[in-house]
Design a protein around this ligand. Structure first.
Ligand code: GAL
Length: 557
């Protein structure tokens, strides 16, 4: 499974060589001819603050503020103009026309301005017939007809555009095609057009966002997530972050941050150098988030290797928000060259613990406090995959390091997220992926709430020991020292581990399927999950389907 991964950089190569061998996992792939976006894109976009109320002066002011605040020098370098920059119709040659009221000097000028500041130029278009705000899109008109993908890409190249956000509103689905196929063809053509333009332009492809159904998603959503990385370097998978409302600036946007974190946290298997899940903009430091909530968004986004794209009035960021966004340890975490998205190791109503392996052998750990009050935390190193190990733990918010050999401890404010970078001391073995196995409906594989001896069921996630799985060695999946095993008649059970025995080796595929090696069957979630009053149905093995949501699993890393 690893052979198909082009080793793009020495750092990436080193990182993959260092990856512990546990359950065989599908590696992310980078397919662009030019190695674009080897780390998550960073920058600014107007949408979540200005929406359509955008013009040249505002873009220039924010670009200037990126530079004067020091954020540009720290990597926030791509300035993207979102929807509503154009006139409502194309010119007689079919070219897009800039709204000259809003952008009096035109887009080539804006590109040159940004480049002169050391910044990059991003622009918004849509793969359908019209943008979401009903300006001309690049796609075929409703009812069919020629598209403008190649022509628009050439126009963007002539403006020295570096980054294209290709949205997916109003996309024509020809009769006889599924919606999923129509999006696949459209985004394939977008990517082809960009390549043919001769200029390297990063593609942010919004296709998955048009298939999202709830946090765990449906089968089509997973199908789209499976191919979107062949077209673009990053993709929006879901709902927009809540936009700023000048009429009610104090309106909280925290639940929107948690919502986008919620759907993004299970998708790590799709991410890697050149391919990034995008849970939407950073609004840290902007109205609607407290200091702690701003830190949380930066911390969680960094753990998830998410694009760091601000969407706020940069000159008016709160000092605490600016400090969080400009924290070079958090930026280094987000931009880690290994490009492995962090995973949720445990979650319940109060805490969520995430871990992320890093290129130099360090391990990042974050603890989100969802509750409305400050909480003490204590996370045993063994719960995060470090056994017999002493680490230097750097608190990335305070910058202080301490030696830890038992548990990470501290106090986390309401809605805050502690983030640590752990450097294992000599003598530590490779970390062992340890934590919850999450399946359909964001519920957890649970080995204790059983209806029969050794049974495994799906239950609400509790962060308890009966949901703390250990991956490996030899591709085993273990709980409390027992191995997940193929049983009689498609049953799955916890049984004594017998090295080399059939039925105890598992491969985690990129589509999320957990495949038992001998039978080739897929671990399948029951139709109904355990509840306090309904007896739990067991996990079973069944034929592997095409991106079935009940066969998608998110594993610890
Ligand atoms: C949405 C997109 C937003 C913004 C908007 C513009 O579909 O998610 O980020 O681009 O369209 O109309």
């Amino acid at each position: 499974m690893r052979a198909s991964l082009p080793c793009l950089t020495a750092a990436a190569l080193l990182a993959f060589c260092l990856a512990p061998t546990t359950v065989a996992t599908a590696e992310p792939y980078a397919t662009s001819d030019a190695p674009l976006a080897l780390t998550p894109p960073m920058g600014w976009n107007n949408w979540a603050h200005y929406m359509c109320d955008i013009d040249e002066a505002k873009v220039v002011a924010n670009a200037d503020a990126l530079v004067s605040s020091g954020l540009a020098a720290k990597g926030y370098d791509t300035v993207t103009v979102d929807d509503c920059w154009m006139a409502k119709s194309r010119d007689p040659e079919g070219n897009l026309v800039v709204d000259a009221q809003k952008f009096p000097h035109g887009m080539a000028w804006l590109g040159a301005y940004l480049h002169a500041k050391g910044l990059k130029f991003g622009i918004y278009e849509d793969a359908g017939s019209l943008t979401c705000e009903r300006y001309p899109g690049s796609g075929s008109p409703e009812g069919g007809g020629p598209d403008h993908y190649a022509q628009d890409a050439r126009q963007f190249a002539s403006w020295q555009v570096d980054y294209v956000k290709m949205d997916g509103c109003n996309l024509w689905v020809p009769p006889g095609k599924t919606k999923e196929q129509a999006y696949r063809d459209a985004y394939g053509a977008v990517s082809e057009g960009l390549r043919a333009s001769g200029r390297d332009m990063v593609l942010s492809a919004s296709a998955p966002a048009y298939f999202q159904q709830g946090e765990w998603g449906g089968s089509d959503w997973h199908k789209v997530l499976g191919w979107v990385g062949e077209t673009g370097q990053l993709w929006r998978e879901g709902k927009d972050i809540k936009v700023y409302n000048p009429a009610a600036p104090a309106t909280s946007r925290w639940s929107s941050v948690l919502g986008n974190y919620g759907y993004n946290r299970w998708l790590g298997r799709y991410a890697g150098p050149g391919n990034w899940n995008d849970p939407d903009f950073l609004i840290a430091g902007a109205p609607g988030l407290t200091e702690a909530e701003s830190r949380s968004q930066v911390g969680l986004w960094a753990m998830m290797a998410a694009p760091f794209i601000l969407s706020s009035d940069v000159a008016r960021l709160t000092p605490a928000g600016l400090a969080a966004l400009g924290n070079t340890d958090l930026i280094a975490l987000d931009q880690d060259p290994m490009g492995r998205q962090g995973a949720v190791l445990s979650a319940n109503a109060t805490f969520e613990v995430l871990a992320r392996p890093l290129a130099n052998g360090d391990r990042a750990v974050a603890v989100l406090n969802r509750s409305g009050s400050a909480r003490d935390i204590s996370v045993p190193l063994t719960d995060i995959g470090l056994y017999s190990c002493t680490v230097d733990a750097k608190d990335l918010w305070t910058g202080r390091s301490t030696e830890v050999s038992t548990s990470l401890t501290g106090k986390v404010a309401a809605h805050d997220t502690a983030v640590f970078r752990l450097t294992p001391r000599e003598g530590c073995g490779a970390p062992v992926p340890t934590g919850q196995i999450t399946g359909n409906g964001a519920r957890c594989a649970d080995g204790v709430n059983t209806t029969g001896v050794g049974a495994v069921v799906l239950a609400p996630c509790t962060a308890a020991a009966d949901q703390r799985w250990v991956l490996g060695p030899r591709e085993s999946v273990r709980l409390s020292g027992k191995c997940l095993s193929a049983g009689e008649g498609g049953a799955v059970e916890l049984a004594a581990c017998a090295p080399g025995e059939p039925g105890q080796r598992w491969t985690h595929r990129r589509d999320g399927a957990l495949v038992e090696d001998v039978s080739g069957l897929c671990l399948t979630a029951p139709a109904t999950a355990a509840t306090p009053d309904a007896p739990a149905e067991r996990l079973r093995l069944s034929d592997c389907g095409d991106h079935r949501v009940d066969q998608a699993w998110s594993l610890p890393v």
